[in-house]
Design a protein around this ligand. Structure first.
Ligand code: IMP
Ligand code: MG
Length: 203
């Protein structure tokens, strides 16, 4: 989780009572997007991206680990030639409570020079992570660089970053599933759900 983002208020009992299902442990308030809704939106988005890059080949760069599920689902709906690569990042929170510093913990395997690149994110929240990644990738001389995010929470944006393609805009609530985690858990849910956090306001 990004340091600028407050953690869910309740401690996660996942470790104390393994007999409960994930849903019980998570206190899911509601499902925001079902598996079917995600799938049909991804089909639309894949078509949108293909139309934009027709006749070209694409390099999709997934940001580990959250974007893996989205990237896999998206690329399976695309028929133009795509290559994939991954970037791993770590965020460090600062004592001041200011947004965290980001650093690359796993770099790309290959150069992106001269390529049409689409950076694939799980969620864009404050925008700090994306701004750092865009600056880093832009300095490597791609032919073009665009951003595609699964979720976009524009209400929390602090730095302005370009989002070219997005699956869903979401309200100001902490979510898990389809790649998004809480304490590294729940990435594998095939839906996106809202869970409680200390900063949440009633919807
Ligand atoms: P940003 O730098 O504030 O835009 O942070 C984006 C990162 O914070 C994402 O890539 C996620 O790792 C994490 N994040 C933000 N909101 C959520 C959420 O609701 N659930 C899980 N992770 C989140
Ligand atoms: Mg991320």
């Amino acid at each position: 989780m990004n340091p600028g983002h407050s953690s869910p208020a309740h401690s996660n009992p996942a470790h104390s009572n393994p007999a409960h299902s994930n849903e019980d442990l998570l206190c899911i308030e509601k499902v925001l997007f079902t598996e079917e809704q995600i799938e049909s939106r991804i089909i639309e988005l894949a078509a949108e991206i293909e139309a934009h890059y027709r006749g070209r080949s694409l390099k999709l760069i997934g940001v580990l680990k959250g974007s893996v599920f989205f990237l896999a689902a998206l690329t399976r709906r695309m028929s133009i030639p795509v290559r994939i690569d991954f970037l791993g990042i770590s965020s460090f929170s600062q004592r001041s409570g200011a947004p965290g510093l980001v650093r690359i913990s796993k770099d790309l395997d290959d150069s992106i020079e001269g390529e049409d690149v689409v950076l694939i994110e799980d969620i864009v929240d404050t925008g700090f992570t994306l701004r750092y990644l865009m600056q880093t990738l832009a300095s490597r001389g791609p032919n073009s660089l665009a951003v595609c995010t699964f979720l976009d929470r524009t209400s929390r944006r602090i730095v302005q970053v370009p989002v070219d393609f997005r699956c869903f805009e979401i309200p100001d609530r902490f979510v898990v599933g389809f790649g998004l985690d809480y304490n590294q858990l729940y990435r594998n849910l095939n839906y996106v759900a809202v869970i409680s956090t200390s900063r949440d306001t009633p919807m």
